[in-house]
Design a protein around this ligand. Sequence first.
Ligand code: ZN
Length: 93
Amino acid sequence: MTSAPMATHMLLSGNMKCDERARLLNVFNKATLANSISIENILNSSLQRPGALSSEIYDMRRHRAGEARSGFEIARLAYDAHVSMHHCEPSRP
Ligand SMILES: [Zn+2]
């Protein structure tokens, strides 16, 4: 009695299970979260009364928001580049 469980599993899953894609998606999700948190920080800062927050802290938050934004863009590009070359995105029809 012979069987090929691995091949069957690949057929049933429909798509390649790609560890790299999963890793890049995880990085992207974290970067998205960090980006939205930093934007919230900026919005909260500007909602506060004038003088309630020092300009140094405000500048620091803007700087961090810029870094979070860059990280988000890089993560998105890395994910897109990988799935377009590797064709491993599960949402494809
Ligand atoms: Zn892949």
